[in-house]
Design a protein around this ligand. Structure first.
Ligand SMILES: Cc1cc2nc3c(=O)[nH]c(=O)nc-3n(C[C@H](O)[C@H](O)[C@H](O)COP(=O)(O)OP(=O)(O)OC[C@H]3O[C@@H](n4cnc5c(N)ncnc54)[C@H](O)[C@@H]3O)c2cc1C
Ligand SMILES: NC(=O)c1ccc[n+]([C@@H]2O[C@H](COP(=O)([O-])OP(=O)(O)OC[C@H]3O[C@@H](n4cnc5c(N)ncnc54)[C@H](OP(=O)(O)O)[C@@H]3O)[C@@H](O)[C@H]2O)c1
Length: 247
């Protein structure tokens, strides 16, 4: 049984229309980077809760989430209307296995995200785990518009902390954007443009790949990776890729 605890909103950031981060002061127990909590509001007499990946590193406060408004979604609109001082419910204990706990060390860790799927990687990148297990970490953030490329200052700080070991790639699909590759992550994988850009190859002998966000991206990327010999990682049977599906 995972009890609800009351949390106070202590920070809010709007990155672009409909895209937000919220910070909470909350007595949650410690967690493993890559896990999620549930966030809930009482709406018309009913507690409406949804899972959100934790963006903050384990052991660090405030608790932070990154989300977009879903038209017709019951929770995200009221969530984005919250302001500092307001209260929400959080689950006290985090859940989830999209972590590096059972992943075998390798040379390269590829973190592929669409949209708000970026958030989970920020927590992992702020933890010691990827830097202990991998020599190089490549974060690929696929978004529709350049304005959706959130957390660039945080990513700059991480790049400065791990010189030569961290590469970030933005992929923008619906407009041309100066600092980004053009197109979907999956198309950039198929064409080879992503790996040429980074000057590394995704290969089962050297790589572990994490996929997070849109279920269609995950489904399409799995086909591409499996054709190259990567197999799904399971806790009991180590493999080469792991997934977390948001929608
Ligand atoms: C393990 C896990 C972790 C998650 N972490 C995050 C997170 O860190 N950030 C985040 O923004 N979301 C995350 N989600 C999705 C989140 O839980 C909600 O589903 C989402 O915020 C919409 O909530 P809602 O109540 O407004 O709509 P819902 O009733 O949850 O969904 C309504 C419809 O919208 C679809 N949908 C859900 N999310 C999206 C989306 N982002 N874009 C388009 N359609 C969507 C659903 O599949 C459903 O068909 C996560 C989901 C899971 C399962
Ligand atoms: N700024 C925001 O993030 C924001 C703000 C408010 C509301 N919303 C709403 O939230 C919902 C989700 O939008 P989103 O932009 O966050 O997420 P998204 O639809 O998952 O798009 C993010 C990226 O994933 C790509 N993608 C989609 N399907 C794919 C597939 N099968 N394979 C590979 N890549 C794929 C998209 O490419 P394509 O462009 O080719 O689809 C885009 O580059 C939408 O309803 C949107 O209107 C988003």
């Amino acid at each position: 049984m995972n009890d609800w605890v009351k949390a106070r909103v202590v920070g809010k950031h709007c990155w672009t229309e409909g895209l937000y981060s919220l910070q909470f002061e909350a007595p949650i127990t410690n967690f493993v980077a890559g896990q999620y909590i549930k966030v809930a509001l009482d709406i018309e007499g009913e507690r409406v809760g949804r899972p959100y990946s934790l963006v903050n590193a384990p052991g660090e406060q405030p608790v932070e989430i990154f989300f977009n408004e879903v038209p017709q979604g019951p929770l995200t609109r009221p969530l984005s209307a919250l302001n500092p001082g307001d209260t929400v419910w959080l689950t006290a204990t985090a859940s989830g296995i999209f972590t590096l706990e059972t992943v075998q060390p390798a040379r390269d860790l590829w973190m592929l995200a669409t949209g708000t799927g970026l958030g989970v990687y920020l927590s992992i990148l702020r933890s010691p785990d990827p830097w202990r297990l991998f020599e190089r970490v490549i974060l690929v953030h696929g978004v529709r518009q350049g304005a959706d490329l959130a957390y660039s200052e945080t990513l700059d700080e991480i790049a400065n902390r791990y010189p030569g070991r961290f590469t970030r790639v933005a992929a923008v699909s619906r407009e041309s954007w100066p600092t980004a590759l053009s197109g979907r992550i999956t198309d950039l994988l198929t064409s080879g443009d992503l790996e040429r850009h980074v000057d590394l190859t995704i290969d089962p002998a050297t790589s572990h790949v994490m996929l997070c966000g849109n279920s269609a991206m995950i489904k399409d990327a799995k086909v591409i990776l499996e054709a190259r010999g990567l197999v799904r990682h399971r806790r009991q049977v180590p493999g080469h890729y792991t997934t977390e599906q948001y929608h």
